[in-house]
Design a protein. Sequence first.
Length: 359
Amino acid sequence: MSFEWPLLVKVINDQVSHAELSLPEWGLLVRQARASMLLAKLVHWVESRGGLDEIPEAARRHFISAKCFSEKQSNDLFWEIRQLQKVARQLEFPFVLLKGAAYAVSEHPAARGRVFSDIDLLVPREKIGSAEKRLMIHGWMGGQNGVYNERYYRRWMHEIPPIRHLSRGSVIDLHHNILPITCKDCPDAGLLLADARALEKFDGLAVLSPVDQVIHSAVHLFYDGELEHGLRDLVDLDALIRGLGEQQVRLISRSSELGLARPVLYALRYSTTILGTPLSDELARQLQQVTPAKAILAVMDFLFIRALMPVHPSCTDRWTGLARNVLFLRAHWLKMPWYLLLPHLTIKAWMRLTGKEKH
């Protein structure tokens, strides 16, 4: 398939040396990275290859600003995590941190330069009520999403509506699974919780096992219909997969156990294709056992390789809009059967048209 990689992808893959970039190319690189929420991560990339002093002043200002913002966000995140510890100590079960917060507390390379928008927590489904009440006592409140959205989340989704702290404004997404219960691929969350790892430095908190973190990141990306920051999520996956080392060989068996081999296949396929993620020979062999028909792969390549690029005019071709729209519909179709999906979309459309949409 013919597709020209954006400058950002070429730079990340060392296909283009940043020392050879012209000033207009630096401007384009900054814009593509900002659109992907990767500007602060790109700072670490540049620093590992010579440092910020070697790049033009006009570009350096953007990098320094992104680095300062990322460091502030990291400090804010750890403050919020310490507040969550106070809540977790009052419960008989841990809060399992997901995604960016998990990478940060684990000091994983995936956290370097990462921008955070909220904190994702996983608890047993039967404990959602007690966790929500305890968080409410400590200032995190919901109820701003409208009656329909509240009911929809609590009946069908894998999480309750987002809750926001009254004074600090921090947002928590409280999950009981990693996919909606309406999704035919919804896994047994008990298997994830059973293998979660307690954090020595943060009592009351835990993270998923390294292998399960890759699986969750793959599920989050390849079941999501909104791929504006898909390249950022793929960069996360690249770091997580590289960090597995010898545990890479467990990915296929564990994802098959959870019924989630397909998103893991896509994660491995597109991280290697786009970012050059190295895979062990054994994992590459195992991948052949779960690879779908060539026709399916051809269609998915056509869609995902376009949709995962930065949302910037320089990163699109005439098929990109179609690819993103098809994947948006695909995500809804995967997560909800048609007899629930069609009424839901109809109600949401009516709410938007009448100005009653709150979330």
